[in-house]
Write a protein that binds this ligand. Structure first.
Ligand SMILES: Nc1ncnc2c1ncn2[C@@H]1O[C@H](COP(=O)(O)OP(=O)(O)OP(=O)(O)O)[C@@H](O)[C@H]1O
Ligand SMILES: [Mg+2]
Length: 297
């Protein structure tokens, strides 16, 4: 088993918009989820984001942000209600994942109750789930497509800035978007990017940067944590293909598994080039009973 395909499959029952999967999704070093709107891409990523335990602390420094303390809570914060995590807003959603050859079972109820089980049926607390599935709480990073989340992540990184700087993560974004950014810097209670314009440093508020904002924060965060798994919803949202290409190259050099959703098949092609072909595309399709099947490319 290679670290780069740590999570080798996922199966869902009654999770968000997915009643069930026709068969489990196989996951590779890099998997890009494609398919029409509402086919279930975000649902799959939301489900995986609960690993290793729905109540596990969110990766630092997001864990210090109000209403983002644990994994299920982050989903509640961005989707508005716990019930949204469960198909039909009532009952229990179940996620089965194969992690490093071990079976992880996660459950969340519409009441907000979260639980993890391993091979046996006994419930595992957060520490036991981490041990059982070989995942640390900071190993699985999720980048949902949400403005609320972007603000939370900015707040978390700002409030723990020494950690970011000590790990050299403040310059990571410049490796991806060199001409646009030389580093991320904290100023006046928020984050800015420093750009060099005509030989002079210019500081631009991160929230004035535009579509690159979420990508810059994400790259910085990933560099802080060096996680084992990166889950990235709408990875190409608002990005020009030059930016997608730069991001794909940076991700492909990282030592982590990636599951990302994209809207443009062109994005999938750019990732394929960056990963020297080592990219799996799963095109999801939802039928009239909300059962999701996939075509592997
Ligand atoms: N709790 C729920 N119960 C039933 N259906 C739901 C629930 N939450 C979302 N849905 C349905 O799931 C679909 C959205 O699924 P999802 O967000 O996973 O799709 P997606 O592939 O990410 O779509 P997009 O391309 O628009 O981002 C919508 O059809 C919505 O009606
Ligand atoms: Mg989506």
């Amino acid at each position: 088993m290679e670290m780069l395909d740590l999570i080798s499959s996922v199966d869902l029952r009654e999770f968000r918009g997915i009643k069930s999967l026709e068969k489990p999704l196989p996951l590779k070093r890099f998997t890009v989820l494609l398919g029409e709107n509402a086919c279930g891409k975000t649902s799959v990523l939301d489900a995986l984001s609960l690993l290793p335990h729905p109540n596990a602390p969110t990766p630092k420094p997001l864990n210090v942000v109000k209403d983002c303390g644990h994994r299920a809570e982050v989903l509640k914060t961005i989707r508005g209600r716990f019930e949204s995590l469960v198909y039909g807003y009532e009952g229990e959603a179940v996620v089965h994942a194969s992690v490093g050859g071990r079976e992880a079972v996660l459950e969340v109820s519409s009441k907000g109750f979260g639980r993890a089980r391993g091979d046996g049926s006994r419930s595992l607390d957060v520490g036991e789930a981490c041990t059982a599935f070989g995942l640390d709480v900071d190993d699985v990073v999720y980048l949902p497509s949400s403005g609320i989340f972007v603000r939370a992540l900015e707040g978390g990184l700002y409030s723990q800035w020494p950690m970011v700087e000590k790990r050299g993560a403040h310059t990571a974004a410049s490796e991806v978007f060199g001409d646009e950014v030389s580093e991320v810097v904290p100023r006046f209670n928020e984050l800015f990017v420093r750009r060099v314009v005509g030989g002079i440093s210019r500081y631009v508020r991160l929230r004035d940067v535009g579509a690159l904002e979420r990508t810059l924060l994400a790259v910085t965060w990933i560099e802080v944590l060096k996680p084992k798994v990166v889950l990235w919803d709408d990875v190409d949202a608002g990005l020009h293909q030059t930016a997608v290409k730069a991001l794909a190259k940076w991700l492909s050099e990282g030592d982590f598994q990636v599951v990302a959703s994209a809207h443009s098949p062109r994005t999938a092609e750019l990732f394929k080039e960056a990963y020297a072909g080592d990219v799996q595309q799963l095109v999801l399709r939802k039928d009239l009973s909300d059962v999701v099947s996939f075509e592997q490319r």
